[in-house]
Unconditional design. Structure first.
Length: 306
């Protein structure tokens, strides 16, 4: 009975999240939309799962029309993928990465279909959106609002161009966030329902591959010595998306090292949190993560405790 009413409750939550796609709240709710599907697929048989989904989709299409089913299909696929992996008790990291990869591939597929069959140009659409948003600030020099800086049409063009070139980075980060948020909610919820699934290891045990150092080194060298042709060409677009992603990963590794050191040195638990906050305001601190990947810093800490 508990499981049945829980399934009904999550189906209702799923319906509300689907309906939110037709509102401005979609910017927030899209990060939670695959959670109900994951929970329903993991806790129910395939037949019962399909019944729940069919009822929700029917209700959503009656309210907003059948067009909403296209979005529903988009979000249910990663739900099924992650739910299947939870059933198989696949390691958490692999589940998250597979879910993120599925979302990313779906986005690329939708983009391809829109471009080929509907003549949709994402770059042009983003440029038009940015230019429209910045139009009120163009050629305005109000010192109380803009600090005396004139937002010229050239600046709008540069900003929109940068936004377009950062599309791959945005897609990757959004895919990872959606999958990570889904895991953060789904895993403890499934455990409370009696479905034990693997969890991520403690952050202090996270270790990123050493090959990231070489990617970062190559990227830095290309930025320094590549010249204008590299910066503005296809390679420049790759660097523009790759470098922030690597820097974010190094910050994650730095946070892992702080927690590792605090655990083995018996520091106050607040100390690593304060160090992470400091890193957000002092980005060069991420060099700690680079050193942690490149050198056996952790062995030095554990050795000194013996």
């Amino acid at each position: 009975m508990k499981l049945r009413w829980t399934s009904v409750a999550w189906s209702a939550a799923y319906l509300l999240l689907l309906l939110s796609l037709a509102t401005p709240l979609t910017v927030i709710t899209m990060f939670f939309l695959i959670v109900p599907g994951i929970l329903l697929y993991t806790t129910l048989s395939t037949r019962v799962f399909l019944v729940h989904v069919a009822v929700v989709w029917l209700a959503a299409s009656l309210i907003f029309g059948p067009v909403i089913l296209l979005q529903a299909v988009y979000f249910i696929i990663p739900s099924i993928v992650m739910g299947y992996l939870y059933k198989k008790r696949v390691p958490a990291f692999r589940t998250i990465m597979t879910g993120a990869g599925t979302i990313l591939l779906e986005f690329l597929l939708v983009l391809l279909i829109s471009t080929v069959f509907f003549d949709f140009n994402l770059a042009t659409a983003i440029e038009d959106l940015v230019n429209s948003a910045m139009a009120p600030f163009t050629n305005v020099a109000d010192s109380s609002l803009a600090g005396g800086i004139v937002w010229s049409p050239e600046m709008s063009q540069q900003f929109s161009s940068l936004t377009v070139r950062m599309i791959p980075f945005t897609m990757i980060v959004c895919s990872l966030l959606i999958a990570a948020v889904a895991h953060a909610i789904s895993r403890p919820t499934l455990s409370s329902l009696g479905h034990a699934v693997p969890k991520l290891p403690p952050i202090r045990d996270w270790r990123l591959p050493r090959s990231l150092i070489w990617y970062y080194l190559i990227g830095v060298l290309l930025q320094w010595f590549g010249g204008e042709a590299v910066q503005q060409g296809f390679m420049g677009t790759i660097l523009l998306n790759l470098m922030p992603l690597l820097q974010f990963l190094f910050m994650v590794q730095t946070a892992s090292f702080f927690f590792f050191a605090a655990y083995h040195r018996k520091w106050n638990p607040v100390i690593p949190i304060l160090l992470i906050v400091a890193m957000l305001f002092i980005p060069p601190l991420r060099i700690v993560g680079i050193l942690d990947i490149a050198f056996p810093l952790r062995d030095m800490i554990t050795r000194s405790r013996r």
